[in-house]
Design a binder for this molecule. Structure first.
Ligand code: PGA
Length: 242
């Protein structure tokens, strides 16, 4: 794993956008896995800026969300599909699982199959939840977990209460790619910024590899890059050694 500690969240966003752009320049038909959350917004803004400036073209690329809430229409405020609609205005196909599918398990498994038939992720971006989750793989998710329907923790639901309007409105279940699906990506790019992530970043990178901290399972990947700002890296003891 490569760990890069950058000055601030803006520097992380620029570096992440560089890596995304390098990926699509090397392979115009690149397939990306994309997360929602506060962390990637600056990266998505920067990518949009570059697209508008004509610096990069994603016309032949494709993207898949790494997760979605389940059981309510995709047009509901707070849903990941709404996040991408407003936050990632890049003209390329962005696929999400259908949250009202009659068989949600079959839906998310077919979604993961679709990624594989598109050739798999060339680059999967991920944020880290404060409890160590990646996508909707909450603590307790094993490294060999595959795409599935999951129960969301209270902590994760609370983190989304504002975007859904209230805690009660946040769905109790989500559909997620499993950790093994994320590890299938040819490259992984993890983003973490801000002091609120410092403790979980330290546990993820320097603690044991454990299902209690799902993000720690990413350490086994042979091609992962972790972009941290100084605040998120503040509790690491050995950043210079990497
Ligand atoms: P955040 O969420 O970027 O809003 O902190 C990260 C996550 O839950 O994966």
């Amino acid at each position: 794993m490569r760990i890069e500690v950058l000055s601030d969240a803006t520097a992380v966003a620029h570096r992440a956008a560089d890596i995304v752009c390098d990926t699509v320049r090397a392979k115009p038909t690149a397939v990306f896995g994309l997360p929602t959350g506060q962390t990637p917004i600056a990266t998505y803004d920067e990518l949009q800026r570059r697209v508008r400036a004509g610096q990069i073209d994603f016309a032949r690329a494709a993207a898949f969300a790494v997760d979605e809430f389940a059981g309510v229409p995709s047009s509901t405020a707070g849903m990941n599909s709404m996040f991408f609609r407003t936050r990632l205005r890049i003209p390329f196909p962005l696929h999400l699982p259908e949250p009202r599918a009659p068989d949600l398990d079959a839906e998310i498994r077919a979604f993961a199959d679709g990624i594989r038939s598109d050739g798999g992720f060339d680059l999967c971006l991920l944020g880290i939840g404060a409890n160590g989750h990646i996508a909707f793989n909450e603590p307790g998710s094993p490294a060999d977990s595959r795409a599935r329907v999951v129960a969301l923790t209270e902590e994760s639901r609370r983190a989304h209460a504002e975007s859904f309007g209230s805690l009660d409105a946040v769905p109790r279940r989500g559909m997620t790619l499993g950790i093994a699906d994320l590890l299938d990506a040819r490259a992984i790019l993890v983003l973490a910024t801000g002091t609120a992530k410092a403790a979980i970043v330290a546990r993820t990178i320097e603690g044991p590899t454990t299902a209690d901290v799902p993000a720690s399972c990413l350490r086994s990947h042979s091609n992962s890059t972790w972009l941290l700002d100084r605040e998120a890296a503040a509790r690491l003891s050995r950043t210079d050694a990497r």
